[in-house]
Design a binder for this molecule. Structure first.
Ligand code: UDP
Length: 317
């Protein structure tokens, strides 16, 4: 039985990951400051004797002492703590930067102390508004240092740098994964993301709001595929990455709106609003590295993933 720390464990991807790790028979410590995460996501895990929830912000150092059993050593750390939707990470930009610098330093320090393997949840946002399409890991990105998305994009870039420096200097065993747009049950209803917004709007008969003309593209990965990829990356010995994890099936935002409208049988109107500043025009991962190194590729088609997600939102509403 491994002892695994998941920061951001009460968040969307984090809570799915905690669930999967418990299913595998691991002991899971879930750390979350509950800014965007929610105890509802982990409610069903709280009774599990192999699960511990600690309300904690990674901006503060964390010293772990296991309450019940074992030697208190942490074997693996998944660092997922950081608001990830543009609305939330821009809400307090300085805090977002702190999570990606001070927070990552704290967690890398913890990994060093425990000799734990450390997986950093990076992002496709490190490619910014990409001039190379689709994006391989070798692409260095087109990111502005001063725009409203920079707190997240540049934050995640320096987080990657910190991982590799802690590896070179302190021999911390690291792995960097670049997560592309992910969706599924337990997405926060109010996080402003395109999938959750469109589904909510369609189910409530409200206008479906496309920012810009809807020609910008994204590639959407279902959360189960993502969690599988994260676990494979963590458990691949000596694999540092960076590795793209995402679904290479690319859709325009307008196509997504139409699909959501059809799948929800909604009468909502599709309306066009102003495009936010620095909104990337296109995004699609090349996943050759994931396939070769991890034997991973996503298997859930958008149609099926959307229908699971819509059922979840229907229940919540
Ligand atoms: N978007 C949209 N309508 C919405 C929310 C988002 O058209 O109600 C667009 C957004 O401008 C972007 C894309 O959908 O082009 C994906 O946005 P999201 O916030 O989900 O994630 P991003 O990939 O931009 O981080």
């Amino acid at each position: 039985m491994k002892t695994i720390l998941v920061t951001g464990g009460a968040g969307f991807i984090g809570s799915h990951l905690c669930e999967k790790l418990l299913e595998q028979g691991d002991y899971v410590i879930c750390l979350d400051n509950l800014f965007t995460g929610s105890t509802e996501n982990i409610q069903h895990l709280l009774q599990n004797k192999n699960f511990e929830f600690v309300k904690h912000d990674i901006i503060e150092p964390f010293f772990y002492k296991r309450k019940n059993k074992g030697d208190g050593r942490i074997d693996q750390i998944y660092n997922l703590a950081c608001p990830a939707s543009p609305v939330h990470y821009q809400f307090n930009a300085i805090r977002t930067i702190k999570a990606n610098t001070i927070g990552v330093i704290n967690m890398l320090g913890l990994a060093r102390k425990h000799k734990a393997r450390f997986l950093q949840a990076s992002t496709s946002e490190v490619y910014g508004d990409p001039l190379v399409h689709p994006q391989p890991e070798s692409y260095r990105g087109n990111v502005t240092t001063i725009g409203p998305r920079a707190c997240y994009d540049e934050g995640k870039r320096v987080a990657e740098t910190l991982c590799f420096d802690y590896n070179r200097q302190n021999k911390v065993d690291i792995c960097v994964v670049r997560i592309f747009n992910t969706y599924g049950p337990k997405m926060a209803l109010n996080d402003g993301r395109v999938v959750s917004n469109f589904i909510m709007q369609a189910l409530q008969g409200k206008d479906i709001t496309i920012y810009g003309d809807g020609s910008q593209t994204r590639s959407f990965c279902y959360v189960d595929d993502m969690v599988h990829g994260l676990i494979l990356a963590m458990n691949k010995k000596n694999f540092k990455g960076p590795v793209n994890l995402g679904n290479p099936d690319e859709f325009t935002v307008l196509e997504l709106a139409k699909k959501v409208k059809v799948f929800t049988r909604s009468r909502s109107k599709i309306v066009f609003k102003q495009l936010p500043q620095d909104d990337p025009k296109q995004r699609k991962p090349i996943i050759k590295v994931a396939l070769k190194e991890l034997g991973w590729k996503p298997i859930v088609k958008l149609k099926n993933g959307l229908s699971h997600t819509i059922s979840y939102f229907e229940k919540i509403l």
